[in-house]
Each structure stands twice: as structure tokens, then as C-alpha cells.
Design a protein around this ligand. Structure first.
Ligand code: AMP
Length: 299
């Protein structure tokens, strides 16, 4: 499979209603690549500081992730900290330290430039565009973003959206970006910005995909114990893009199945802190939960 992801590798500090973790492995591209690795080789592009632990990088490589695009720069790794309310849906960002990511100038390896499938994980839109500009002939490009960039880099983000095939947004981001309260109207408005597809994630309420030739809605997999929702969106995208890239198709039927794979990988992610759960899952775990989800959503 020919899939590349550009975004953050991080150390996160997380507080949930029940527990907390400091300096846990995270980052938008890191979560994505761990989730997508169940479907084939994913090439990871990003930057870490010289404080990034060697075993953490080795762990990614051991999962089959191509880490040759990860630059090690002088300084500290990107750090993010957040706190969840008891409803799990409300998240407060307590601190974001860009550190080495502040001056990140992505330089793609020849293999990354050749990729057909590209995921621009959450990062500053200018960095996302700089990376995308280096991919020679991508066939399917999907971007993620967050409230911070909608707030402070909206013009850059709109420029990016005009250049991608798909965008993944959560409900809050879609409303913020469009000013529309109703999520279907919000998604349709996002389509007018350029992408052919919008994937809207609604946390425990599931996700839907909307585009000119596709409309598909799916509930979340019912997880009986959520431990840490951090990275669920990135893992959803990793399962979605991993499947699409392995199938080498963007037919509506493939995209529908990809939504199921996204839902399944996100459900593993929330069962543990950081990548503790998703990081140990195999393709066979993914397939059995895929079949279970298919079963419980069919009539
Ligand atoms: P998610 O829960 O899917 O929204 O992703 C959470 C991950 O995004 C965490 O591991 C963070 O390290 C990372 N993250 C948080 N803020 C940013 C940001 N401004 N840019 C890029 N990545 C971020």
C-alpha cells in the first residue's frame, strides 16, 4: 500500500475523570500510523525532539511503520495536555507546546513523494500544504484539522481544503468552520469549500460520510469501558485510510467499508491510554470486531 501521513508525534499529558497519565505517547500522525499499520506499510512524516525515547521510535518501526521520514531535531518534542469532563465528549486543552514542531519544515523522502494516498493529520495548515506540495501525483488526499487552526488560521485552512479530496471533522469543528448548527447542513457547506467528501465524527454517536455520490451513516462501536478518548479521531482516520489504501479504491462501497474500519480502530483506541490498546491490536482483532459491528448494525 502506498500511504503517507504527515503530522505530530507527541508526548501527551491526559486527565480523565478516573485517571491521569503524564508524557504518554501521542500525536496526530503517530496515532494515525499505529491504526493504519494493521492494513499495510504506512510512511510517517514528522519531527521529534532529542528527548524522544529511542524505544518509542523502535516500537513504531516494529509495527511495520516506515519511520525514515521522522526527523530528530535539537530541542523538545511537541507536547499537549488535556482534560476530559465526565461525559467524555467535552475536552479542555490545558497546554500546547509546539517545541520542535514550531519550525518544522517537512521534507518528504522519495518513497513519500510517490505515495498515492495521503493523510494530512492535524497540524498547522501551512505545514500540511508544504508537505502536500511535495507529493507528486496523489490519487486521494484527506486532511484533518482542529478548533485551534479554524480559530487562528482559517484562511490557510480554506486554501488547503480547496486542494484535498476529503476532510475529517468532528461536530464542534464543523459547526465552527461553517457557522451552521445542523451537522448535515454544515457538512454540505464544507463540500462547497472544495473537498469531494466530508467525514463527520460525532464521538460516541458515530460518524457519517457525505459527498456527491455517497451518504453513509454509522453508529460508534459500543465500548463498555472508555479509558481515554485521545487519538480516537486520528485512529478513525488511520483505519479509514489504511483500508482505502490497501484496497486501492475510492469506490463508494470501499468508502462505506472504510467507515466501518475507522469505527473499529477508534473503538480500540479509547479502551486504553495512549496507544496501549490500539498498539497491540492485530488485523485479526480488527476483522473480528468489523464483523461484529456489521452484525449489530444490520437488519
Ligand atoms: P484527537 O483526540 O484525535 O483529536 O487527537 C489527539 C492528539 O492530537 C494528541 O495526541 C495530541 O498530541 C495531538 N494534538 C493536539 N493538539 C494538536 C495541534 N495543535 N496540532 C497537532 N496535533 C495536536
Amino acid at each position: 500500500m502506498s500511504l503517507v501521513v504527515i503530522g505530530t508525534l507527541a508526548y501527551d499529558s491526559i486527565e480523565t475523570p478516573y485517571d491521569r497519565r503524564a508524557d504518554a505517547l501521542g500525536g496526530s500522525a503517530l496515532y494515525f500510523s499505529v491504526a493504519a499499520a494493521n492494513f499495510g506499510v504506512v510512511r510517517l512524516v514528522g519531527v521529534v525532539g532529542d528527548d524522544f525515547k529511542t524505544p518509542d521510535l523502535e516500537g513504531l518501526a516494529n509495527r511495520g511503520i516506515d519511520i525514515r521520514g521522522v526527523e530528530i531535531a535539537n530541542g523538545k518534542t511537541f507536547r499537549w495536555s488535556g482534560r476530559y469532563e465526565a461525559d467524555w465528549n467535552t475536552r479542555h486543552t490545558l497546554d500546547t507546546q509546539l517545541n520542535v514542531f514550531e519550525h518544522f519544515d517537512p521534507k518528504l523522502t522519495p518513497a513519500c513523494r510517490d505515495a498515492s494516498f495521503v493523510f494530512l493529520a492535524n497540524a498547522e495548515p501551512r505545514v500540511q500544504m508544504k508537505a502536500l506540495g511535495q507529493v507528486q501525483n496523489p490519487s486521494f488526499v484527506v486532511a484533518d484539522t482542529m478548533n485551534l487552526w479554524i480559530d487562528i488560521r482559517k484562511d490557510d485552512l480554506l486554501e488547503l481544503l480547496a486542494r484535498v479530496d476529503g476532510v475529517v471533522l468532528n461536530d464542534e469543528e464543523a459547526r465552527m468552520l461553517t457557522g451552521e448548527k445542523n451537522l448535515i447542513r454544515a457538512a454540505r457547506k464544507v463540500l462547497t469549500f472544495g473537498p469531494r467528501y466530508v467525514i463527520l465524527k460525532k464521538g460516541e454517536h458515530g460518524a457519517f460520510l457525505i459527498g456527491e455520490d455517497a451518504h453513509f451513516s454509522l453508529p460508534a462501536y459500543p465500548v463498555d469501558q472508555v479509558v481515554d478518548p485521545t487519538g480516537a479521531g486520528d485512529c478513525f482516520a488511520g483505519g479509514f485510510m489504511g483500508y482505502v489504501a490497501s484496497a486501492q479504491s475510492i469506490e463508494p462501497r470501499t468508502l462505506r467499508r472504510a467507515m466501518l474500519y475507522g469505527t473499529v480502530t477508534a473503538s480500540f483506541c479509547v479502551q486504553g491510554f495512549s496507544i496501549e490498546d490500539i498498539g497491540k491490536r492485530t488485523r485479526s482483532d480488527v476483522e473480528s470486531r468489523f464483523n461484529e459491528l456489521l452484525d449489530i448494525t444490520s437488519v
